[in-house]
Design a protein around this ligand. Structure first.
Ligand SMILES: Nc1nc2c(c(=O)[nH]1)N[C@H]1C(S)=C(S)[C@@H](COP(=O)(O)OP(=O)(O)OC[C@H]3O[C@@H](n4cnc5c(N)ncnc54)[C@H](O)[C@@H]3O)O[C@H]1N2
Ligand code: MOO
Length: 404
């Protein structure tokens, strides 16, 4: 099965979580607005100066240069004007200060000279210049954040300025991550005698942080049916359980049997993908399950290809991973008929600014050193063999995977 077909199957029937909650702005970063948010204020809230300079009356703007005006007052940001600008006068004004009644424009400091309580204008401007008008940015009732938006610092900044204190957001998906295998030890333990320190949760938990999911670390579960089935049954209240290991189909690979024993069902796929051939997915009541292969590179690639889109779909976001375009800095050896993901390092931009990538440490789905040297993964298509130097290749940065 192709990775694309597997993704379609995995996402089939998955919908965004329906429940909503109201949270204060300070807790809304990374959440998804569940309804359009409209502004109940106008922005700017008052006419204000875009520059440091002098407010000039409409009667004076067109005067023959240079012309002199009497200084009437001075206005700083945060002050409320208590006078109206009179013809023949100027009011000194700072950037962001409220523009007084009677002012037609603001002449820049650089075009004026102050002496003896008067200002000489050397460079005038047209009416309306350098004044930020009430509501020119946002009108009453303007939709400032559309439903479905992922709330970033940019959205929160606008909401704060618009006086919005709480927002209605979708409930974040609750995702559990479990590593399976008798050989696995928690980090910090001494490996040996066939046992290894487990690492897949480092990758999967870090990737999930990108999605805003509420993540539960379900730890390491040994390869025995009762322990695995118990772990699934105890966590069926989650929206998704992701496992790694135990899916290749040997006698020791019990993950899918354990989902069945807990009352769920699964489908197993053999993918035309390297690394990441064996995967499975299923459900346990309302809880989805996704079962990734144990080899670390395979868990990483399938976590990116399938776990992230699935969680984004549950969160109410666009599920798809979008590659950037890179160019090969050398030949990329590749056997056709399987999509292959290889660690690559950016070695520089080409003459058009497109990143040039060099392949690192190909061919070992258990090899870790290339991951530390690389900037991301290149995707070599199943439809063709090796790539020559200077060919375009889809590139996924570790940053977009949550692994930078
Ligand atoms: N006869 C076959 N053998 C294998 C096949 C196959 O199709 N037929 N597929 C190979 C491929 S490809 C992969 S990938 C692995 C996937 O196997 P499992 O998902 O069952 O994974 P395990 O056997 O449990 O582990 C494989 C490997 O990865 C290490 N591992 C597991 N979990 C972790 C972890 N959390 N952190 C670090 N390392 C982990 C485990 O010790 C094994 O070395 O199967 C191949 N075999
Ligand atoms: O999923 Mo396996 O990598 O192809 O080692």
């Amino acid at each position: 099965m192709t990775p694309d077909a597997a993704l379609t199957n995995i996402l089939s029937g998955v919908s965004a979580i329906g429940s909503i909650e109201r949270v204060p702005l300070g807790e809304a970063l990374g959440r998804i607005a569940s309804e359009d948010i409209t502004s109940s204020v106008r922005l700017p809230a008052f006419d204000n100066s875009a520059m440091d300079g002098f407010c000039v009356h409409a009667d004076d703007l067109g005067g023959a240069l240079p012309f002199r005006l009497r200084l009437q007052a001075e206005l700083r940001a945060g002050e409320r004007p208590d006078t109206t600008l009179r013809p023949g006068h100027a009011i000194r004004i700072m950037t962001g200060a409220m523009v007084p009644d009677g002012a037609a424009a603001v002449v820049l400091d650089e075009g004026a000279e102050v002496a003896d309580g008067a200002v000489t204008i050397h460079r005038t401007v047209t009416a309306g210049k350098n004044i930020r008008r009430t509501g020119e940015d946002v009108q009453l009732g303007t939709t400032i954040v559309p439903a479905g938006s992922l709330l970033t610092a940019r959205h929160l900044a606008l909401l704060a300025v618009a006086g919005v204190g709480r927002v209605v957001v979708r409930r974040a998906p609750r995702v559990g991550v479990m590593s399976t295998g008798n050989e696995l030890l928690e980090p910090g333990n001494e490996a040996g005698n066939g046992r290894i320190v487990e690492i897949n949760r480092f990758f999967l938990l870090s990737m999930l942080r990108l999605t805003g999911a509420v993540v539960t670390d379900l730890g390491i579960v040994p390869d025995d049916l009762d322990s695995l089935a118990g772990a699934f049954a105890n966590n069926r209240g989650l929206d998704l359980i992701v496992t790694s290991g135990g899916v290749a189909g040997s006698d020791a690979d019990l993950v899918t049997a354990a989902v069945s024993a807990a009352g769920g069902n699964t489908s197993v796929c053999a993918l035309a993908l390297r690394p990441g051939k064996p995967i499975a997915f299923g459900s346990l009541g309302a809880c989805r399950t996704l079962h990734l292969p144990g080899n670390p590179m395979a868990a990483l690639v399938t976590g990116f290809l399938f776990m992230l889109p699935l969680v984004r779909m549950q969160a109410g976001l666009d599920p798809h991973n979008r590659p950037a375009i890179a160019k090969t800095a050398g030949e990329f050896h590749h056997v056709p008929r399987k999509t292959e993901f290889v660690p690559v390092r950016i070695v520089g931009p080409d003459a058009d600014g497109i990143p040039l990538v060099e392949m690192l440490g190909k061919g070992g789905s258990a090899r870790l050193l290339p991951l530390v040297m690389a900037d991301g993964l290149a995707e070599l298509p199943a439809s063709r063999g090796s790539l020559d130097t200077g060919e375009f290749v889809p590139f996924y940065s570790f940053r977009q995977m949550g692994l930078a």
